[in-house]
Design a protein around this ligand. Sequence first.
Ligand code: MN3
Length: 214
Amino acid sequence: SDTRGPMKSFYPFVNTPLPYAYNALEPYIDEKTMRLHHDRHLQTYIDNLNKLMDENPALQQFSLEELLTRWCRLPQHLQVPVRNNAGGVFNHRFYFNSMKEPGAPCEAPRLFDEMSLQFKSPEDFKSQFKEAALSVFGSGYAWLVSHGGRLKIITTANQNTPPLNSMTLLLNIDVWEHAYYLKHYNMRAAYVDDWFHLINWEAVEGRFLAALDL
Ligand code: MN3
């Protein structure tokens, strides 16, 4: 899972490479967008988080995930910077790791069964997820999560992360304009439609099964 075990990461954080080539998501997401998004936008969150933790060594004991569950108990002047920068690192990694090159067969049989129970069908899930992604005012994310044994679609503003101690995160889409503006201009709906071709359903299925403790 992305929120437990070997995926835990600690200060100093490094910008791990994408799990695919920068142009692997063409034609749905272009190479230039991926280079800017990973090498500049994510890098900036990593640099800012490392700087914050460099200046506040008491934070260095916490993993990325722990920062995201503890930010509200930190001294007040650290709360927003930790939430924004740790969130910016976590949310981007989760987004990049939730995509793969288009075309290869890639399914999530157990999750699709559950979607059929809870959303009528995987197609109904898609339309509800798209609606959520379009509903984010300004910058943020739409997420598929498992919460109390139910699949839920939620949104977060800015770089806020859903509560990791009560929800299992399954999938997210970054709807900040930098995720799509070079190719799709201001047409977020076209970006979301294209992004559906890139979902790494095997990874999402893995997170779903881990949440069931299978
Ligand atoms: Mn982004």
